[in-house]
Design a protein around this ligand. Structure first.
Ligand code: SAM
Length: 304
């Protein structure tokens, strides 16, 4: 497959898996391995690196940034599960959901599980992480990935999330949900196809994806103890992003958007600037969208 040239120019991002190691240990290991560490980035422009230089990211503390051609697939740290090769934008959903250790959480469309393993790291493997995926093959890949990452708090199910019963007592303590449903993938620069001949077909595909995404969101909001939900896609289309979230908020007045990362350079399109967008041009990542919904506290309820 032919790669979009911009894809080759993006920095390579490496997430340190804190279930197995620390950022300091990974930095030391890489320095001994011939890489030169430049400390923490101050500005986005710092992330354009050459050769074997690397940095700590300015937004995400567990993220290291390398030059575009760096490849860690055969590296010991990757094979041992100490690092995860994950684009910066796709690290945002779990980072923003930030479930405390001990939480019960749902990863609704989870495979191949990079975000699941990041959630487990944030929870320090303490609590319960219910992860669903419709695709058995992808779920099998996910099992291997989670094993390598040292994740132990998960409960995987090869199941349609839309058929998971929110009233099942198993899920009564679920306060956090991560929803990263199937999308057009139009933000992935290596699969961008601008020559897409059939506009009508593409529109029909987007409409069907958006309706699936909205059904997933509405379903997720039915879990009785839910407090916070992150919705994300690797799509650049408003139809799968802001429009899905706006429709959901209209249908669920008990939820509102949380304004995210004031320092992040790219916002959701109007009228949802509380959300984040990511792109090659503005954030040096793949195209991405993230929204965080939270439940209004009930009248008379003083608890957060
Ligand atoms: N969150 C994953 C990660 O970070 O590795 C990527 C998820 S991918 C964008 C979307 C996933 O949703 C696919 O693996 C697909 O099989 C799954 N999926 C699609 N429809 C589903 C459904 N109704 N219930 C559960 N999973 C579904």
């Amino acid at each position: 497959s032919v790669k979009h040239p911009a894809g080759d120019q993006l920095p390579r991002y490496v997430r340190v898996n804190t279930l197995k190691t620390t950022v300091e240990d990974v930095v030391d290991y890489l320095k001994r391995d011939g890489f030169s560490y430049l400390g923490k980035a101050c500005r986005l422009e710092d992330l354009s690196l050459k050769d074997r230089y690397f940095l700590s990211d300015l937004h995400l503390p567990e993220l290291l940034v390398f030059s575009p051609k760096t490849d860690f697939h055969d590296h010991f740290l990757y094979k041992a599960g100490h690092i995860v090769l994950q684009d910066k934008a796709s690290c945002l959903p779990a980072h923003l959901l930030s479930p405390p250790p001990g939480s019960h959480i749902i990863d609704a469309c989870a495979a191949p599980g990079n975000k699941t393993s990041q959630l487990a790291a944030i929870m320090k493997n303490k609590g319960r992480l219910f992860a669903f995926d419709l695709d058995g093959k992808r779920l099998a890949t996910m099992s291997t990935l989670l094993l390598r990452a040292g994740v132990t708090c998960q409960q995987l199910a090869n199941q349609d999330f839309l058929k998971v019963d929110p009233g099942n007592p198993q899920y009564k303590d679920v306060q956090h949900i991560l929803l990263d449903p199937s999308c057009s993938g139009s933000g992935m620069v290596c699969i961008q196809d601008n020559t897409s001949a059939d506009q009508e077909k593409e529109q029909a595909r987007l409409a069907s994806l958006a309706s699936f995404q909205l059904r997933c969101l509405n379903h997720a909001l039915r879990f009785p103890s839910l407090k916070r939900l992150v919705y994300s896609t690797c799509s650049i289309h408003k139809q799968e992003n802001e429009e899905v979230v706006a429709a959901c908020l209209q249908q669920n007045p008990g939820f509102r958007l949380v304004p995210l990362l004031a320092e992040w350079p790219e916002r959701g399109l109007e009228p949802l600037p509380q959300c984040l967008r990511a792109s090659t041009a503005k954030t040096l990542t793949h195209g991405f969208f993230v929204a965080l919904l939270e439940k209004h506290s009930e009248p008379g309820n003083t608890k957060q």
